[in-house]
Design a protein around this ligand. Structure first.
Ligand code: F3S
Length: 387
């Protein structure tokens, strides 16, 4: 693998042991995946931010690092709202450990903005190279924005953040971004709500694995693209998808459905994902809510009172910028928590059955929270919470 003279010096340890280790990790990854060189990145997003997912070993590894990040770097959601963790029901010993994880990332110069929707906080451009780790953010950056990132692991994304470069392979290379399987839906007009797109993604992810699908016939908006991609990244290993006539690269003449193997998904199959089991809590905001989704939820909860715990998750900055909607949501008794989520917080482990409006949460809640999960539209979530 070719390295610039400066990169060789980092590898030889001239800029400290941590940078040397991080460069070794990048070069090792690059060799495994056949990268010919490194490429500069515009930003990084690091997973492994919740103490629930990284534990004591991960915390000690972070505390042993001695370097600063070289590019703007954000974090995945942590295990609690840093101001309201008691109200969430997070145990005190967990909160102490979570603060230690935060302090370790702060020492590395990582921005303490902890979200799976970093694209709402930093301007990310078409064609830009990134090293992002959160699978739902990766698929959004690649598909909806047309930026370029592989699905990084937490250490790989942090190494790229510290070095400011990542191995040039996979989805960084334009030729590797072409669709490889076409998906047709028998009733495309029936896919309307973000939950429909989440359920469609839940089904599609299992079919396509790590291939690059191109959908036709559907007309999702950006929030619905977010739901579709997050679910496919959870049940499959999808890091990029296209929607004919909608996503930026699908407008390129070489990125077409013609000649590809085609799989049909029936809406009858998608509807089977929905159920009507009893739940004892509701959680929306997976991935974290956009300002528009916050407004929609506020309007739906207007004048109502929730009778079950109702958790809403979003990036702290989106919450700060949506104060009016947040107040209206909280008047109903629902609670809006910053920089944490249904899956990575221990707060939801106490429930037996959780209703979500997300295909990704539907896939992860059973294993990560030990609860049964039910998916419904956001209107159905509000109806179940208030009846
Ligand atoms: Fe985000 Fe947590 Fe869902 S990280 S995509 S809200 S599982």
């Amino acid at each position: 693998m070719f390295l610039e003279p400066e990169e060789e010096r980092v590898l030889n340890g001239e800029f400290g042991e941590t940078r040397q280790q991080m460069m070794e990790l990048l070069v090792g990854l690059g060799r495994v995946f056949g990268a010919e060189r490194l490429v500069e990145i515009a930003s990084a997003q690091v997973s492994g931010a919740s103490y629930k997912t990284i534990g004591q070993w991960g915390l000690e590894w972070l505390e042993g690092l001695d370097a600063r990040v070289a590019v703007p770097t954000m974090l995945n959601p942590i295990g609690m709202d840093r101001d309201r963790w008691r109200e969430m029901g997070v145990p005190e010993d967990f909160a102490v450990k979570q603060e230690e994880v935060i302090a370790a990332y702060a020492n590395l110069g990582v921005r303490l903005e902890c979200t799976c929707t970093p694209y709402y906080l930093s301007i990310t451009q078409y064609g830009e190279h990134l090293a992002w780790a959160e699978s739902s953010a990766v698929v959004y950056a690649n598909s909806v924005i047309g930026a370029r990132t592989n699905r990084e692991g937490g250490p790989g994304a942090l190494a790229a953040a510290i070095i400011g470069r990542t191995p040039y392979y996979g989805l960084h290379i334009f030729a590797n971004r072409r669709p490889s399987i076409a998906i047709a839906i028998d009733e495309p007009a029936a896919v309307r709500d973000a939950a429909d797109y989440g359920a469609l993604g839940y089904v599609a992810g299992k079919l396509v694995g790590n291939r690059i699908p191109i959908f036709s016939g559907i007309r999702p908006n950006r929030d619905q693209l977010k739901a579709l991609g997050a679910a496919m990244a959870a049940t499959g290993a999808v890091a990029l998808f296209h929607v004919d006539g909608i996503t930026p690269e699908a407008r390129l003449p070489t990125f077409r459905c013609d000649g590809l193997e085609t799989v049909e998904i029936t809406m009858a199959g998608v509807r089977e994902v929905f159920s009507s089991i009893e739940v004892d809590a509701i959680a929306v905001g997976c991935p974290h809510l956009s300002p528009a989704e916050m407004e929609t939820l506020a309007a739906l909860l207007q004048g109502k009172k929730v009778k079950k715990p109702f958790f809403v998750f979003a990036a702290g900055r989106v919450i700060a910028e949506s104060r009016d909607a947040v107040e209206r949501i909280e008047r109903s008794g629902a609670r809006v928590y910053a920089d944490t989520c249904v899956v990575v917080s221990p707060a939801l482990d106490r429930f037996d059955a959780i209703m979500v409006n997300s295909g990704k949460a539907l896939a992860y809640v059973p294993t990560m929270c030990g609860a049964v999960a039910r998916i419904g539209t956001v209107e159905e979530c509000v109806a179940v919470a208030t009846m």
